[in-house]
Design a protein around this ligand. Sequence first.
Ligand code: PLP
Length: 455
Amino acid sequence: MDESLTQEDINDLREKAAKHVWLPYTPVGQHGDTNVMQIFVEADGIRVTDVEGKSYIDAFSGLMYKNVGHGRQEIVDAVHEQLQKMSSVPMFYDGTIPSILLAAKLAEITPGDLSRVHYVSGGSEANEVAIKVAKQYHRLSGSPDRYKVIARQGEYHGFTHMTMALGKSGGFYSVFEPLTPGVRHIPQPYCYRCPLALSYPDCGVACAKSLESTIENEGPHTVAAFLTASISQQTPVAVPPAEYWPMIRSICDRYGVLLIDDEVVCGFGRTGKWFGIENWDVVPDIMAMAKGITSGYQPLGAVIASEKISETFEKSEDVLRNVTTYGGMPGSCAAGLANLTIFEEEGLIEKSASMGKYISDRLQPLNQHPMVGDIRGMGMFWGIEMVKDKETKEPINARKDVATLTGKLTDLGLITRADNGTIRFMPPLVTTEEEVDEAVGIVEEAISHLETELL
Ligand code: PLP
């Protein structure tokens, strides 16, 4: 228990939470409930501690952003120092030392000729702005009718109306319809449950080819961009086959459609490369990033565009028609720089790649469990898909069984998500082999528990 708090203080916090806090994705009546709402007070490395003093492994890296782990004093100090010097700038000019240095650093670590950076506050905004850049680019290039965006069904790109429309994750957001128009969808490269009922490699990667048929059907002169994540996290860890990204790149090139890569989750080492799409040696036209850019020590998002796009704006003398109050705040950019220094000093990209192999070796034996359907991932980005029956791939119950699983994981001291029946295993990039062993042991115990309940 937090020494500075009495049981009375904790009860008081829970009462206040029950009355005033409005959590995402949580029934209001359950706020403050000990079984639903944990109150966290401390974090270090890969562990977080709640107000009752219980420690947990953070196997979801916060919300897939705590890449350098918790409690990094270097980042805290860099933010502190920057805020003492200057916490914000007049008007919306991002001319601060950290914002300039971070833009140059992002240009250095991103692939190809991505080089022009615009800051926002997070991932949803980064995707919104990436689309604005694409539409404005086409207008400036003499293609004013290109306004449609093609995305992948069952993806998450953010909370705004446009990004909700891009995701179209089931009917969850149907209460907000009509969402932003002009979005079309193609299927995921989800080979374990192919949405086209085909099998790789005989399918000829039909999911990638569906981009071409969709562009043809819509009329290429109306399509501005294809936007998706290098690897989906919402259709859990659906790693595309080797041919997928090169095919997507060449289809986009053939039709003059810009390729926007949402690296909000897969970026900053999550998949064993700086950015997920580099696993396929493909360079997008625009990249959206957030989360791991500061490892969540400060809110920040960014869009980085290619030279071709930057030059088009330069020649036209038009301005990027976007501004946000908190985009590129000096403290956030200082956090970003200190965060990326840790990446380089501790070799976190290489570590993520090699630890990915270790995690794979440790997770694969779980395949012997009757309810483990599929294990997939790379780097520090893994999913264990649970099924009722290995042969039929019948999914587990999305509410009851998932609640049993996550309840057991939490009891055993590991926090992660298992929505869609897939246990996410995405700890910070600094996780050691011993910590991986401990976490995998907990995951296996929770799987055994579910099997005892159901089989
Ligand atoms: N893109 C992806 C792939 C995400 O997973 C998320 C959030 O989880 C976002 C965008 C939205 O980012 P933010 O919550 O920072 O707005």
